[in-house]
Structure formats: C-alpha cells, structure tokens
Design a protein around this ligand. Structure first.
Ligand code: ADP
Length: 518
C-alpha cells in the first residue's frame, strides 16, 4: 500500500495526540517523574512527585532542587547532574533524602537520564521511587542492632558467638578482658585454644548434645587459659543459632567465677587441714584415754592393797596398835578412799569415752539406794553438822544398774555436803510421776550461778577451776552422773535460786509393769 502522505494539520494532530498520551502516562505514573533544566531547576513534575513533596505544582516548577534536598543529598544530586551533563557514567540508583513542604523527610531511589535536543543536553529526566518505609525499617533495624550490639559489648558478663565448628565469631569486651587479649587475637581462633583439655572435653560434649537437640545441664564449669597463661574459671551457658533448620553456630554467656572458685579451693584446703587436725586430735584423745585407762588400772590395784592392809592393821589382826597409831592409820584409810574414788572416776570417764562403760540392768528400788547412801554418808555429814532430811513416798522399782545409780546418788550427796557450810541441810525426796521416778536433792549450800547450771555437767568443769580452789575434786563427777542417767534414758539437771542448789533426776520405768514396793 503506498505510503499515505500526511498533511501539516494532520501531523500536528497526531503529535498532539501522542503528546497528550505521554502526558497522561507521565501524570498518572506510580513513581514520581520530573524533569530538571541543566541548572537543576524543576521544569515538570508528575502527580506522584507532588504527592511525595506535599506541594502544589506552582511551588515546585522553577524551584531549584536545593530547596527539596538535605545538604548531603544535594551534594550527591549535583554530582550526578554534573557527571551526566559531562557525559560520564553514573551509578544508579542514587539514594536521596528529600525534605517535603511540611518539613518531613522522605527517601527516594532515583534514576536519571539526559534529555537532548540533537547533540545539546537540555536537561535531566528523573524517576524516583519512594523508599521511605523501607529506609525507616532499615534505620529501625540499625538502631535495634546498635542497641543489641551495645548490650553485647557492654554486658558485665562475657558473651560470645561461635560458628558451628567452635571458632570465635564474636567476643564482647568483658570476654576480652577475662582472656586478656584483643578482638583480632581471638576472632577466627578455635575455642579449644583458650581452655584446658578437660574443659574442652566438657564444651565439646555440650556442643554435640545441643546439635543433637539433647538436654544439657547448665551451666558448665570451664577452666579458661588466658593469653598470659593464667587460668580463670567461668560458668558458661550456650544455645544454638539457626538459620531456618540449618545450625550456624552457638551463642554463649559466661560468668567469671574465678574468685568464687579460688575461695572454694581455699575453703577446701582449710577444710582438709582442719579435718587432718581433727583426725590427729581424735587420735591424741584416743591415746590419752588409753593411757588414763591403763594408768588408773595400774594405780587401783596397789591402792586397793594399801587400803586392805591398812584395815587389817586397824583391826589389830597384825598386832595390837595404840591410839596414836590408829589415828595415823585412819588418816591413811581416809586418803586411800579419796584416792580410790578419784581413780575410779578417772577410770569411769575413760571407759565412757571408749564406750566400754558396762551396765548391769535389773529391777532396783530407788528408795533402797537412797537409804543406803544416806546411811553410808551420815558419819561424814555429822562431822560437818549437816542434817540430811529424807522425804520418801512409795515408788515402783525401776529397771536400772544398782551400782551405777548408787554412784550417782552418792556423788550428789558428797557434792551437797562439800558445797554446804556447817549446820546446813540436805533434803532428799523421791516420788513416782506417771511413767517415771523423780528424785530431788536440795542443799542450803553456796548455790550455782544461772549461767553455769548447764556447764557443771561438762567433763572437768568446775565453777571455781583456779589452782587455789577451795573444794578440790576433778570436775568429773557430774559428767559421769549425766552419762549414767542418760544410759537409763533419764535426765538430770540443776536449779539454783541463790539459796542453795537443787539437783533433779528423772528415771523412766521403761514399760516395766509397775510393782509397788512393800
Ligand atoms: P567436782 O565436785 O569433783 O569438782 P563435779 O562434776 O561433781 O566435780 O562438780 C562440778 C562442779 O559443779 C563443782 O566443782 C562445783 O563447782 C559445782 N557443783 C556441784 N554440785 C554442787 C552443789 N551442790 N552446790 C554448788 N556447786 C556444785
């Protein structure tokens, strides 16, 4: 078909149609579009562009880009303009920060090209995409990342990131401080280089378990080796880092427990030393008990013999003796008795320690025991003009060791006489109460200070323990009494009101069917 020749008016019409088509495309484009002259002043701008800047067309057309850009972005935009006019390559897109009419800042990703009239560059045509939302998200992400980085870097505890093989990817300041090294000295190195073999064994096990999804008992105690060779202790916890299903490494946090560990080790050393001293002490005590036990046995035999022969001499069996000799023999006898009592006390104390204090249980009458003791001690009491008052009521027999219970009652009466001034009174009472027998012994003696009432039952304890003490004795009697009473499942205690002392004893009847004494 022959080419149709267009008339001048037709050409003008086609051109107008085409111009209006492109104008419509330009105006309704989703992205902002504009043209600038070579000086950087707006010649045209589409609706999307107006919307971004929030201004009317008249406010923009003719204005220079400097009115709508931040100083840095203006610098970048003028650089692009200059390069394009000079025909140089420009890297697209260019990121510009736009200042809207209301002062708000927005971000655009801009692509530009030159407009030409023949060879002459007449201006710049630009397309801008609003990426403000993306930029805001990016900035928020950056701020959040900076916040977490700050937390990581400035945490008091060491924090680290390892890759899946155990190489350091990151270590915060606290971690660097513990190991005494710089970031570049640790990043990329393997964790095994910074801990003892045993600790690496533990760490490797934990990493393996974590990778297999098995339970790990946190925290692990790890012995780290610092750059200077010093060893430090940390308590470490870790967790996996995953990218989807893929394991990419480990995050960890550790606590420096070096000081705690050092104190623990010191404590353990002290404990071991103390234990050793304690064992040595026990051994020394055992040897002393053994010695006391042996020596008292050795002393008792000759003393018993001395006493026996003294009695024989006094009886006149070995020949007649005069009064003077009798008096001397009486003194020997009295002191032999005293010495034998002392030796027996020592022997009892040693046997109690060795736990070889034998007891012979049988049915015994507490009233009979008291009566016998009172009878035996009366001459001694009379010498001191001390009255013994005996208050009795009928009481059941109990299951006990007669000899040992006699020893207890005798000890209490001897003490009462010893600590009571002349013309004093000792009152001994006994009664039955529910399932036990009660004995009390009150004296009008010197009394016992309240803070000493418990201590007098300790071994070797005497209220007046000084060398110049008035009353003599060993301080063993009451501790032996306490042991004997406790072996009867009973109790013994003292009271003192300042007007003498009262000693109390309770002895259980231990399920024995009550049988009243006749
Ligand atoms: P010892 O009489 O050989 O010193 P004891 O163990 O029998 O040892 O008594 C311990 C201490 O208790 C005595 O030294 C004395 O200080 C105090 N004591 C015991 N009985 C009486 C009492 N009836 N009155 C005052 N003090 C007493």
């Amino acid at each position: 078909m022959p080419e149709e020749k267009l008339t001048e008016p037709d050409k003008e019409l086609t051109l107008k149609e085409s111009e209006s088509k492109y104008r419509e495309l330009f105006d309704n484009a989703h992205d902002s579009m504009y043209t600038l002259d070579t000086a950087g002043c707006f010649q045209t701008i589409n609706r999307a562009g107006l919307k971004i800047l929030g201004a009317e067309k008249e406010e923009i057309i003719g204005s220079h880009i400097s009115k709508w850009l931040t100083p840095e972005s203006l610098k970048a935009a003028l650089e692009v303009l200059k390069k394009q006019i000079a025909g140089e390559d420009v890297e697209h897109p260019v990121l510009l920060e736009v200042i809207c009419k209301n002062g708000e800042h927005k971000w655009g990703e801009i692509r530009t090209r030159c407009m030409r009239d023949g060879d002459r560059i007449t201006g710049i045509h630009g397309i801008a995409r609003d990426i403000t939302e993306k930029k805001k998200l990016e900035q928020e992400l950056l701020a959040s990342e900076a916040k977490y980085r700050d937390l990581f870097e400035n945490a008091d505890d060491p924090m680290f990131t390892l890759n899946e093989d155990g190489h350091f990817v990151a270590l915060n300041t606290a971690g660097l401080k513990i190991l005494g090294c710089a970031t570049e000295e640790i990043i990329g190195t393997h964790i095994s280089e910074w801990m003892t073999k045993e600790s690496y064994g533990i760490t490797r096990e934990v990493m393996k378990k974590r990778m297999l999804g098995e339970a790990v008992e946190p925290p692990s105690i790890i012995e780290m080796i610092c750059k200077n060779g010093e060893h430090r202790w940390v308590e470490g916890r870790s967790r996996l880092i995953k990218d989807g299903d893929r394991i990419t490494g480990f995050h960890g946090i550790a606590r420096n427990i070096t000081e705690k560990r050092r104190l623990e080790q010191q404590l353990e050393e002290y404990h071991n030393k103390l234990l050793k001293s304690y064992e040595e002490l026990i051994e020394a005590d055992r040897m002393k008990t053994e010695f006391v036990s042996n020596i008292t046995h050795e002393l008792l035999t000759p003393m018993t013999s001395i006493r026996g022969f003294t009695e024989l001499l006094m009886d006149g069996t070995a020949g007649k003796i005069n009064d003077k000799q009798k008096k001397s023999l009486e003194i020997i006898l009295r002191n032999s008795d005293r010495l034998i009592r002392l030796i027996k006390d020592l022997l009892d104390a040693a046997n109690l320690e060795k736990k070889s204090f034998g007891m012979q249980f049988e049915l015994v009458s507490v009233n009979d025991i008291i009566s016998k003791c009172v009878q035996d001690i009366t001459p001694e009491a009379n010498k001191r003009k001390i009255t013994i008052v005996r208050g009795t009521s009928q009481i059941s027999s109990i299951w006990g060791d007669e000899e040992r219970l006699t020893q207890v009652i005798m000890n209490l009466i001897v003490n009462a006489i010893k600590f009571t001034p002349e013309e004093g009174t000792i009152t001994i009472a006994s009664c039955e109460d529910k399932d036990c027998v009660r004995i009390s012994m009150a004296d009008t003696g010197i009394g016992i200070p309240a803070d000493q009432l418990c201590r007098i039952f300790d071994r070797f304890y005497q209220i007046d323990g000084s060398n110049s003490r008035k009353y003599g004795g060993t301080g063993l009697g009451l501790s032996i009494c306490k042991s004997i009473i406790e072996k009867h499942y009973g109790s013994i205690w003292a009271e003192s009101s300042g007007n003498g002392s009262i000693f109390h004893i309770t002895l259980p009847m231990l399920g024995y069917e009550k049988k009243k004494e006749g």
